[in-house]
Structure formats: structure tokens, C-alpha cells
Design a protein around this ligand. Structure first.
Ligand code: SF4
Length: 248
């Protein structure tokens, strides 16, 4: 179930992947593996390129189907797979794509980490509230994570106290902001300085949408527009009710 591309091989890490964001399995079931995704879904690296190849997509769908069909059996299979000698001392990146989409699924991963203390685990996540509630008080000692901007829970993040990752237009923008790039090794996201800069993928359509902003800035704009729409809606209701009362 765990895979390793050349980038991961260089740093001694293995990937576990789910299909990114929302979709439909072959049996018709719909899913959303990134329930707190925000603007990131509009520039998602995992909805592009090799991730869309049928053989890769089928593998990710099979991973998700196993989790959804029998979480307990999947957990046992993962613990068994991780007993191989090659995983001792190695790093597992939980989610090359996808996120901790439910409490039960996150709790299964926490148990897997505890069951394999000789292996290191790390993850990016936008599930801020779920981590605050289920992980932060007592995380497994071999599990590190970084919260990533571009999600619907961005406003709950505190870059003074949380380890956070943001996507920037390029390396120069990361340096200018005084953040630390993880480009040299993905492990820097959890082992380097706590403000983690990720240079945007050079995908023209995504760069156009990013429009020179950071994910955090883009998401803040979207959140502000949504809040303004909500205020306008409330105001219209008040005006309508007042007119209705006057007419009565
Ligand atoms: S959380 Fe990650 S995998 Fe999910 S939609 Fe956002 S960028 Fe893609």
C-alpha cells in the first residue's frame, strides 16, 4: 500500500496516498478526502499530471475503498506492512494527497503510529479542529505534522505557535517573507523552521489562478468575500422584515 517515488527515495521516505479532494469511486460512492480544502483545491498538485493517470488513480481509489470498506482490516494490513525491515527508521508521509477526512480514520493512523514506534510518520493537514481535539494533547512521539494554509480553517491557525506551511508564488517570495523553503527535502516541513514555504508548482493554469499571491492570502480574500456576502444577506433580511412590519 505504501509507495516510493524518486523524490521520496532520496530522503528515505514512503508515501500513503488517497485520491485528492472530491470524486466518485467505481461503485458509485462519492467521497471527499479533503473536507477542509479551500482555495488549494483550485490549484491542487494532486489533481494534475501523473496523479490523473488511470493506473495511479485506480491505486488511490483502491486505497480509499479499503479504508471505507473495512477500516479495522485496513489498519491491521497497514501495521503488518510496516513490520517489514525496510520501514524501520524510515519516514512515512501520510497522504501524498488527501487528508484526515474523519475522526475514525485519523484515530486509526494514531494507533498505527503507536504500533510501529521504530518508524517515523509525518503529514501536512488542513484538519485543524480535528487535530486540536484528537492529537495535540497527546500525539504519538513518532508523529510530526504541519498545518497547511489554503483551507477553510485557515483563520484558526496561529503562525506564532503552530507549525504552518504556505504555498508561495516562487522561492524569491519565500525568502522575502523570511520563511524557510522545504524544496531541498520534504522532511524540512516537519524538521526545519516552523514557518514552511512551498514554491508553487509551475503549472501555468494554477499560477494564473494564484496571481502572485500566497495560498493564505488567496484564502483570506475568499473568506472576506464570503463574510461580506453574509453581511449583505443579513442586512437584506433586516430591511425586508422592517418593510414588512411597516406595511403591517
Ligand atoms: S488538501 Fe491537498 S490534496 Fe486536498 S485538495 Fe488541497 S492541495 Fe489537494
Amino acid at each position: 500500500m505504501l509507495t516510493q517515488n524518486s523524490e521520496m527515495r532520496q530522503i528515505g521516505a514512503w508515501n500513503w496516498s488517497l485520491p485528492a479532494w472530491a470524486g466518485r469511486l467505481a461503485d458509485g460512492r462519492t467521497f471527499n478526502t479533503c473536507p477542509s480544502a479551500g482555495v488549494c483545491a483550485q490549484a491542487c498538485y494532486a489533481r494534475h499530471g501523473t496523479y490523473t493517470w488511470p493506473v495511479v488513480r485506480a491505486k488511490h481509489h483502491a486505497n480509499l475503498a479499503f479504508v471505507l470498506d473495512d477500516l479495522s482490516a485496513w489498519e491491521t494490513a497497514m501495521v503488518t506492512e510496516l513490520s517489514a525491515a525496510k520501514f524501520h527508521g524510515a519516514w512515512i508521509r501520510i497522504h501524498d494527497s488527501g487528508d484526515f477526512f474523519s475522526d475514525a480514520y485519523l484515530q486509526a493512523w494514531l494507533r498505527i503510529c503507536l504500533a510501529r514506534p521504530g518508524t517515523n510518520f509525518y503529514a501536512y493537514s488542513k484538519e485543524v479542529e480535528r487535530f486540536r481535539r484528537l492529537v495535540e494533547a497527546s500525539p504519538p512521539p513518532n508523529f510530526l505534522w504541519v498545518f497547511s494554509y489554503g483551507g477553510t480553517q485557515d483563520s484558526s491557525l496561529n503562525p506564532d505557535t503552530d507549525r504552518v506551511a504556505d504555498v508561495f508564488p516562487d522561492e524569491a517570495a519565500i525568502a522575502k517573507a523570511g520563511w524557510a523553503s522545504q524544496e531541498a527535502s520534504d522532511l524540512l516541513a516537519v524538521l526545519g523552521p516552523h514557518l514552511v514555504g512551498i514554491p508553487a508548482n509551475r503549472i501555468p493554469a494554477y499560477l494564473k489562478r494564484l496571481a502572485g499571491r500566497r495560498f493564505s492570502e488567496w484564502q483570506a480574500e475568499v473568506d472576506a468575500e464570503r463574510a461580506a456576502r453574509g453581511r449583505r444577506h443579513q442586512l437584506r433580511l433586516v430591511v425586508d422584515n422592517t418593510q414588512h412590519a411597516d406595511a403591517a
